[in-house]
Design a protein around this ligand. Structure first.
Ligand SMILES: C[S@@+](CC[C@H](N)C(=O)[O-])C[C@H]1O[C@@H](n2cnc3c(N)ncnc32)[C@H](O)[C@@H]1O
Length: 426
């Protein structure tokens, strides 16, 4: 893919952009196969690849510049643009409908007088002085630092938008509210607008407090017919097309195993659990974010009460009602949940953050009666480490999904099966 920002040295996020797509994918396949090389009986499916540009459903823009001329993008990487404002509103990873949102959002910054936050050390109140001695930050310093840190935008497959403004404080909320009707007319697809309050001067993207300013609180994300409800703070896979392929593959493998009970650990808004549910199957989804659990529960309720003539994902309303009869979601720590019960399901889906599931949970699964584990990983290094803690659960099938083209990141889905230890010959 050609990118003027990369070529000029303004942005270096797409580390593989100079390689053609087949070479990128081949490199990722070589990487994951090497990490899992000790497992010699894995059947690898061909890699799943979606679009190589315009695939990101979410933009995380740093806001720099001024109230009159805000810049949405990044702070320049080391090199000739280091520390400078870089406008990335035409980044080729974003679909046109996402790019089109940035103009009105920049105008909102000006209309609502949202002063871009100054990330530079001088704005922290440090300034020149004796090294190691920090001047006390005064209210005037704080005002000088500005308010608006990031603009986070998510686009649904239906063209609707969720916009989150990450602010240092609640100082500007009333002004944003005042300009909301204007923003809604400028962005007719705007479903959700919220303010996230992140008071800390640190490289943390967002804070805990979220103030939703629109009547609607969720963005419906249709994935293979199932409408997942995204709330501002809940995780959603970055690439909707490849996420749909991921859930389809999971549904197929789970369907072949046909377990009577299933846990979906790290379930987010319920993507795996809801796609892998079926009549007669008990499904439990566990997720740390209560917001995401609320979203998953909403979707399960909707699927249980479809209009009689509805068909979703090839199944009719009666099938979905029965499939949702024994589906539940709960907020909590995945490891704590698994360690806190003696009951074992027949199959466990895990889809942890990059850090993986860790030793405690891996050992709990190793010692369980679960016959299968379906591990979806966005960081194959921690996957390989976790697999080493579960020697009885052998990888049998695997597929790489190129969820993050132009970078060296990828998703890998692995079906593990409990090895049957042969009885010693009599
Ligand atoms: C990679 S995302 C997967 C989400 C979901 N499976 C999906 O397909 O969208 C990881 C999820 O784990 C959740 N999480 C992080 N730490 C957790 C923990 N200790 N216990 C349970 N869930 C956790 C995050 O909030 C996030 O939703």
């Amino acid at each position: 893919m050609q990118c003027p920002h990369y070529d000029a040295g303004r942005c270096r996020s797409c580390t593989l952009i100079q390689l053609d797509r087949p070479t990128q994918v081949a490199g990722k396949e070589a990487h994951v196969r090497e990490l899992l090389a000790v497992y010699d009986d894995v059947t690898w499916l061909p890699a799943v690849t979606g679009a190589e540009s315009g695939f990101r459903n979410k933009a995380k823009m740093v806001v720099t510049g001024t109230v009159e001329e805000p810049v949405l993008g990044i702070v320049g990487p080391p090199g000739p643009f280091a520390g400078q404002s870089v406008d990335l509103t035409d980044c080729g990873l974003y679909p046109p409908a996402l790019q089109a949102a940035f103009g009105p959002l920049a105008e909102l910054v000006t209309r609502a007088r949202l002063r871009p936050y100054d990330l530079s050390p001088a704005a922290q109140g440090g300034g020149p002085g004796t090294p190691g001695r920090r001047r006390k930050v005064t209210p005037r310093d704080a005002a000088r630092r500005g308010e608006l840190k990031h603009v986070l935008v998510t686009l649904s497959p239906d063209g609707e938008l969720m916009v989150r403004l990450v602010l240092r404080s609640t100082e500007a909320v009333a002004r944003i509210r005042k300009h909301l009707p204007w923003l809604q007319s400028a962005l007719p697809g705007l479903a959700v607008l919220s303010v996230n309050v992140q008071p800390v001067h640190a490289a943390v993207l967002e804070g805990e407090q979220e103030i939703v300013l629109t009547d609607r609180e969720t963005l419906p994300m249709g994935v293979d017919g199932v409408t997942l409800h995204l709330r501002p703070q809940s995780f959603f896979q970055t690439n909707t097309e490849v996420a749909a392929a991921l859930y389809r593959q999971a549904r197929q493998w789970v369907g072949e195993v046909d377990p009577g009970s299933l846990w979906d650990l790290y379930c987010g808004v319920g993507g795996f659990a809801l796609h892998c549910a079926a009549p007669g199957r008990a499904v439990t989804g566990i997720e740390i974010s209560a917001e995401a659990v609320a979203s998953a529960t909403t979707t399960a309720g909707e699927l249980a009460a479809l209009p009689p003539d509805a068909v979703v994902g090839g199944q009719d309303a009666a099938w979905w009602r029965d499939a949702m009869a024994d589906v539940r979601f709960a907020a909590g720590d995945a490891t704590g949940f698994a360690l806190g019960t003696d009951a074992d399901p027949e199959l466990v889906v895990v889809n942890p953050p990059r850090r993986g599931i860790g030793t405690e949970l891996a050992r709990r699964l190793e010692a369980s009666n679960a016959q299968h584990v379906l591990y979806s990983s966005c960081h194959a290094t921690t996957l390989a480490r976790d697999l080493a803690e579960m020697p009885s659960l052998r990888p049998r099938r695997a597929v790489l999904l190129d969820m993050f083209p132009q970078t060296d990141h990828y998703e890998v889905l692995v079906l593990l099966e409990r090895e049957v230890v042969p009885h010693p010959a009599r």
